[in-house]
Every structure is written in structure tokens, then in C-alpha cells.
Design a protein around this ligand. Structure first.
Ligand code: PBG
Length: 309
């Protein structure tokens, strides 16, 4: 009766890892319950997602090393793995929101989100590459492109490119406040996308900073973001709350791979109960102010909610 915040399946987004092949499932060892899936298996998973009332999926392609290069050329191929997946999902499940990641890393031989020139990430030379990637995803049928690269000026570069391509209705879900976090480890294992040299600290945010999140917010609002995300989730609940009080845009939170892995690992040891701790984590993200939650536990949570958890 007096509960102030509620979870609902429609607020959840399930991240999915896509790989080539047929009936090809590769479990991710650091993320029990999660696998890289070939397109046929993605379609089956999507059916469960729609059935569970989850609003959307976030798609992450696993690209073989021999297709990677320094400028992520494979990211704009009209018949690329991601583009094929988007088209198949859209035609089978038109009501399911398709959210795509815009960043060079899965396609980059350097494993960075921007382009590496003379050993440094070149912000401005990354922008046209990111914009072309977003247009290619939108043309394949993505509903929301989600830049996770943290280059400055990318929201306006992407908005302009989408508009010029006639994709005026494609939304931009910005990874607005993304920290240089150690909680992304299992995700990088899943996609073999860890930086080959250096780290991401020249473009992702310092965990010590909160005011800087407001600067990122102002820039993204002015450049045309349709939502603003904070990532990781629980360790940055204060930042989610800060954005919630400062913006009228929807706020998203990403309960990231490391957060999921910790729950699963402790549960495997019998030290805590996965389901209870997952639901408590997600409710905390809601209470902090998140409207939308990306979580690898989306299907588990949605099924628990059906049982009136
Ligand atoms: C890539 C990207 C990352 C995640 C989402 N998009 C990893 C990174 O920035 O290195 C992390 C998601 C997770 O850990 O669950 N730009």
C-alpha cells in the first residue's frame, strides 16, 4: 500500500550478444545464463522477450578479428551481422524496440570506442565514423541508436546525419554519463572488445566526478538526445538521482555486466539469492530515478514480476 516505487517489465531492456552461424550458442563464462547467439537463436529469445512484456533489446555484435580494422569499416556494411539481425527482428517483432550501440569498439582492431591516431583517440575524426554507423543501423531498422562512445559532439553529429538521411524519427538514447569503470570486464570478454592498448580513461568519466555529469547532461540536452543514461548502475545511483532532479528527459540506467556477474557468482557459491538481489538492485535503480533499466536479468525479472514478486 505504501510502496513508492515499482518495477515493471516495460521499463526493462535486455542486452543481447549476436554472432554469426546457425544454431550457434556460445555461453559467456563470466556471465552465467548469458550467451552469444546466432540470428536464429536471437529470434527465439526475442519471442520470449516480447512475451514477457519487455520493451526492447540492446544489440551487440561479436565481430571476428579478421573483419576488424582501425576505422571500424565493417560497422556500416548493409549486410553486416548487426544490420541483418535488426532487419530480421524488425520484420518478426515490429513492436519490439531495437536499440543499437554506436561505438567503434566491437569493430575496431584497437578495441577503442573512437579512432586511434598516433596513439591518441582523435575525438573529431571519430564523429563521422560514429554518424555513419548510426545511419547504417537506422536504415536497417533500429528504433533507437545509443552512442556509448563518449566522444564530445557526437549527439549533434549523429542527429544531423540521421536527419539528412531522412531518419528523422530515429531516436538517440545517449550513454550520457559513462564512467571509466572496471565493472565492464565480463562484457569485454563476451565481445573480445577490450582495448588492445591503454584504457578508456581519456574519454570515459572519472569515477570521482559528479559535477562533470551535469556538464555532459547539458551538452546532450542541447545536442538533441532523447534520453540520458548513467552507466554503470548501482555504484552510481547518486548520479542517476542527480540527473533525475536536473532533467526532464527520460533517464536510463545500465546495470552492467560486472554487476550481473557479481550476483551470479555469489549465488553460485550459495552466498546470496540471485533473484532477490536482482530485484532489489533493479528497484534501487528505480528509486534513484531511472525510468529505463538495461539489465542482463531482464527476462528473469520480468518472469518474477509475472508471479507478482
Ligand atoms: C562499448 C560498450 C561497453 C558496454 C556497453 N557498450 C563496454 C566498454 O565501454 O568498454 C558495457 C556494458 C556492460 O558492461 O554490460 N562501447
Amino acid at each position: 500500500m505504501i510502496r513508492e516505487n515499482e518495477l515493471a517489465a516495460r521499463h526493462l531492456v535486455l542486452p543481447l550478444f549476436v554472432q554469426e552461424g546457425q544454431a550457434n550458442e556460445t555461453p559467456i563464462s563470466s556471465m552465467p545464463g548469458q550467451s552469444r547467439l546466432s540470428l536464429d537463436l536471437i529470434l527465439r529469445r526475442a519471442e520470449e522477450v516480447v512475451e514477457a512484456g519487455i520493451s526492447g533489446v540492446a544489440l551487440f555484435p561479436s565481430i571476428p578479428d579478421d573483419e576488424k580494422d582501425t576505422v571500424a569499416s565493417a560497422s556500416t556494411k548493409p549486410d553486416g551481422l548487426l544490420q541483418k539481425t535488426i532487419r530480421a527482428l524488425k520484420s518478426n517483432f515490429p513492436e519490439l524496440l531495437l536499440i543499437t550501440d554506436v561505438a567503434l569498439d566491437p569493430y575496431s582492431s584497437d578495441g577503442h570506442d573512437g579512432v586511434l591516431i598516433d596513439g591518441r583517440i582523435d575525438n573529431d575524426q571519430s564523429l563521422p565514423i560514429l554518424a555513419a554507423m548510426a545511419v547504417s543501423q537506422a536504415e536497417a531498422g533500429a528504433d533507437i541508436v545509443a552512442p556509448s562512445d563518449m566522444m564530445d559532439g557526437r549527439i549533434s553529429a549523429i542527429r544531423d546525419a540521421l536527419d539528412q538521411a531522412g531518419k528523422v524519427e530515429t531516436a538517440i538514447g545517449s550513454y550520457c554519463v559513462k564512467y571509466a569503470s572496471s565493472f565492464y570486464g565480463p562484457f569485454r570478454e563476451a565481445l573480445d572488445s577490450a582495448p588492445r592498448g591503454g584504457d578508456k580513461k581519456t574519454y570515459q568519466m572519472d569515477p570521482g566526478n559528479a559535477r562533470e555529469a551535469l556538464r555532459e547532461l547539458r551538452l546532450d540536452e542541447a545536442e538533441g538526445a532523447d534520453w540520458v543514461m548513467v552507466k554503470p548502475g548501482l555504484p552510481y545511483a547518486d548520479i542517476i538521482h542527480l540527473l533525475r532532479t536536473e532533467t526532464d528527459l527520460p533517464v536510463a540506467a545500465y546495470h552492467v555486466s560486472g554487476e550481473y556477474a557479481m550476483l551470479r557468482a555469489a549465488a553460485e557459491k550459495g552466498w546470496l539469492i540471485y533473484e532477490d538481489c536482482l530485484m532489489e538492485s533493479l528497484l534501487t535503480l528505480k528509486r534513484a530515478g531511472a525510468d529505463i533499466i538495461f539489465t542482463y536479468g531482464a527476462l528473469d525479472a520480468a518472469n518474477l514480476l509475472r508471479e507478482e514478486y
